[in-house]
Ligand binder design. Structure first.
Ligand SMILES: [Zn+2]
Length: 268
């Protein structure tokens, strides 16, 4: 559970403590705030990693949230959701798409869940905090020459050797990570020079958030601890020494997600 006795979390981008509460987006005991220095929006009182591994395992939290959301939704919205799921499953070109962007080689998928997102000619590695999902992912990744380790991303990434990976996948991950600077420093360490991180996070500046307000699907309590805009995502990348490129630039104001590439400079 949340540790209310400890001091509030500092801004994950600029480390400042002064923040404006956003009560319209806060729920129960979970406090969403906006940094007064850099405008980063974040959860000020996240739960700790031990609780995440046990009480708040992702699969349980998602299942509960899904149930709650489905009750609130009309049948039209439920049908639309089923179509989206079907669409996703029919996408057989995802591996090709990632291959074009990232190139082959060792890839580390942080917070991979129980799926292998990138397959041959990638050699897939993963870090997963949920014990049940890590076990499944590890079996699948070992069959393809890689492995999935159990742990919190920002801790476990430091166990990999320097320059181990050709690319890193942070797909629906960075919004969960309390230690943003630590995971990006770890990525800088184990990524080869010129290597890229593919980042997908909810887009706090999306039109849908302005329309839907607290019902915007990007809000998940207490799972999502960082609510990035292009500006703040670019800032955390720059802080860690990465070059930043926005992938979905042309329709970013409409998109509920930000897709970006962080590149490790070759001069390092
Ligand atoms: Zn800040």
């Amino acid at each position: 559970m949340s540790d209310t006795s400890s001091s509030p979390r500092a801004c994950p981008n600029c480390n400042a403590n002064a923040a404006t509460p956003l009560p319209q987006y806060s729920r129960d005991e979970w406090r969403i705030v906006e940094c007064k220095s850099c405008t980063m929006v974040y959860l000020q009182n996240p739960i700790d990693y031990v609780a995440l591994e046990e009480d708040y395992a992702w699969e349980k939290t998602y299942a509960e949230l899904d149930k709650e959301r489905n009750r609130k939704k009309s049948w039209i919205k439920r049908a639309a959701r089923q179509v989206r799921i079907l669409n996703y499953r029919m996408k057989r070109d995802a591996n090709e798409r990632f291959l074009k962007i990232l190139g082959p080689g060792n890839i580390l998928d942080i917070g991979c869940g129980d799926v292998v997102r990138c397959q041959t000619p990638f050699v897939p590695y993963g870090i997963e905090i949920s014990k049940a999902m890590q076990k499944t992912a590890d079996e699948k990744m070992r069959a393809l020459g890689g492995e999935c380790v159990l742990g919190a991303g920002a801790e476990a990434i430091w166990d990999f050797p320097k320059d181990k990976f050709d690319s890193i996948m942070m797909h629906s991950y960075l919004e969960h990570e309390v230690q943003v600077a630590k995971i990006l420093d770890g990525a800088m360490h184990c990524l080869k020079p010129g290597g890229k991180i593919y980042v997908r996070v909810p887009n706090y500046n999306a039109l849908n958030r302005r329309i839907s307000g607290p019902n915007w699907p990007g809000f998940r309590y207490p799972d999502h601890v960082n609510y990035f805009t292009v500006k703040t995502l670019k800032a955390v990348a720059a802080n860690a020494g990465f070059d930043f490129k926005l992938v979905n630039r042309h329709k970013i104001w409409l998109d509920d997600n930000i897709l970006a590439l962080f590149t490790k400079p070759t001069t390092l």
